[in-house]
Write a protein that binds this ligand. Structure first.
Ligand code: SF4
Length: 530
């Protein structure tokens, strides 16, 4: 079999601030590593670029590739489509394949710009597809692949199933430009962005989640079977990444790091043994981890841990409707319990369900302040139009309730639907204001740079126009006035305010100068460097 020249690109939308994490850290999407590793393992020549972690695409390489794989997150999909269209013009013989989270939920949108879509966990399906293409085999039956058939109709093969064994050891060298940061790269960040970004290693210990919360895509993307990696391989992955990237920050791309208790305890023991607590670990887990004293002690010993936990809703009925399998009492007890341990806590919330009114944001803010949480995260209720019709996956937002289909704003940070009991602009304004208030009131926290405020201002103006005449005076939605089906509006006229952006940068420095946490953080950087 002829070995192919393959380029993998993960584009990053940085022309408008719509997502915060990439303004703080260089960290690729973990999914790129198993893809690159599988392609290399099959003997193909691979060049991989991830713009969110420092890569600059070399178009000469792209223009001579046999196949180009674009891994897309929704907020970067416009840029990804532009890249795909450019590749089509400059390298018409290349096969263009789109994968990633965006392609998994909107395959038909992607198929307007590519030859094939690989949905969900992609390494096995991608290899099978390339193999079939190279050997003139049948591409029509490869599981998890979508394509346009000879009649011009989109075909979505049923999912391929998930791989049994997790063996990938992420190697940062596989992604061009994802390397140790230098004083010069920090300086360039300061010049270009006003703030600098640090390297964060990304590793993975498990895939999948046995729960089936209705608003969550994990059951489709990674399945409900919880699969784990050998803890020794995870440790190898951590060691390799922190050493090459010269960082102490490690993020786990797991849905719940401690889903398999014995595997997690062994992993934490290995990390403790190797790093003696001198490492920053950030991972997702369920709130009930707080009730497992042995696990919490193991986490404390392993390193400086930040636990991101899904609280999601503060209405019993919403917890029930979305199948969250936790009660308000559980939430309060578990958050209380986390407070006994030397960890940082970051609860997550979802706002804008049909039971939420405008007080939902304030309630969440009060809860995180009460429990002295290090940070918090929230998302407006999130979904994609046409998912049910195209893929048969039940939606939590009906098609006619979406305000637009400009995927740049599908990050969770922007209200994209008409909530039942408050105007979209009210919810957006409340989310923006609560974010500011959290950092103002929580004096223990490092004040994070949050460039999205610069986009919130014009976005709220857009929402105010969109909702005109659709709400009663008491703030309830007049659903009968909505169009019966979703109207495609792939590009809305929203930019960002440079004045607000510069104010955000100024307040980032000013507030942090007065925070003990910030000085501790700077000191820790200095200690690590010496
Ligand atoms: S527990 Fe978390 S990862 Fe699992 S389905 Fe629920 S929200 Fe998704």
């Amino acid at each position: 079999m002829r070995k192919l020249k393959i380029v993998v690109i993960s584009p990053h939308e940085d022309r408008i601030p719509v997502q915060a994490a990439s303004y703080r850290a260089f960290m690729p999407s973990y999914g790129l590593f198993p893809i690159v590793s599988a392609l290399k393992g099959a003997g193909h020549g691979v060049r991989a670029y991830c713009e969110a972690s420092g890569s600059k695409v070399d178009w000469r390489v792209v223009d001579s590739a046999d196949a180009v794989c674009l891994s897309l997150l929704s907020f970067s999909s416009h840029k990804g489509y532009e890249y795909a269209d450019r590749i089509r013009r400059h390298n018409p013989d290349a096969t263009i394949i789109i994968g990633g989270a965006h392609a998994s939920v909107l395959p038909e949108d992607c198929l307007r710009h590519c030859d094939y879509v690989v949905r969900n966990e992609g390494e096995a399906a991608l290899l099978a597809l390339l193999n079939a293409l190279e050997n003139h085999g049948d591409t029509a039956r490869i599981g998890g692949v979508s394509f346009i058939d000879e009649n011009g109709l989109a075909v979505h093969n049923s999912s391929a199933g998930f791989i049994d064994k997790l063996t990938c050891v992420a190697d940062p060298r596989d992604i061009l430009g994802y390397a140790a940061r230098t004083p010069c790269s920090y300086f360039l960040d300061m010049i270009k962005r006003g703030v600098f970004r640090f390297n964060c290693a990304i590793v993975q210990s498990s895939r999948g989640c046995p729960f089936a919360c209705k608003f969550c895509f994990v059951k489709y993307e990674s399945g409900q079977e919880y699969r784990v990696k050998d803890p020794k391989l995870v440790l190898e992955e951590i060691e390799q990444s922190v050493s090459l990237l010269k960082t102490r920050y490690v993020f786990f791309a797991d849905n719940d790091l401690v889903g398999n208790r014995s595997q997690a305890l062994e992993l934490l023991r290995l990390i403790e043994q190797r790093f003696h607590g001198d490492i920053d670990l950030c991972f997702f887990t369920r709130i009930f981890t707080a009730m497992d004293d042995e696990m919490m002690r193991a986490i404390e010993r392993a390193g400086r841990a930040c636990l991101i936990v899904g609280v999601e809703f503060l209405e019993e009925s919403a917890l029930d409707v979305f199948n969250k399998k936790q009660t308000l009492r559980d939430i309060d007890e578990c958050l209380d319990r986390f407070g006994r341990y030397n960890i940082k806590l970051q609860p997550l919330f979802v706002f804008g369900t049909d039971t939420d009114d405008i007080n939902c944001v304030e309630k969440a803010l009060a809860l995180v302040l009460k429990h002295k949480c290090y940070n918090w995260g929230f998302s407006s209720l999130f979904d994609f139009p046409s998912r049910e019709k195209v893929l048969g996956q039940p939606q939590v937002i009906s098609d006619h309730r979406f305000i637009h289909s400009d995927w740049r704003f599908y990050t969770g940070n922007f209200v994209i639907h008409y909530p039942a009991r408050m105007r979209p602009s009210e919810l957006q304004r409340e989310m923006a204001s609560a974010q500011r208030r959290f950092y103002r009131l929580n004096k223990e926290a490092f004040h994070h740079y949050y460039p999205l405020h610069a986009t919130y201002v014009p976005y709220i103006e857009f929402l105010e126009k969109a909702e005109e005449g659709l709400y009663n005076n008491d703030g309830t939605l007049r659903e009968d006035l909505l169009p019966s089906k979703h109207m495609e509006t792939p590009r809305i006229d929203v930019s960002f305010s440079r004045t607000v952006l510069w104010k955000e940068i100024a307040s980032y420095y000013f507030v942090n100068m007065t925070r003990i946490q910030s000085w501790k953080y700077l000191l820790s950087l200095r200690n690590k460097a010496t």
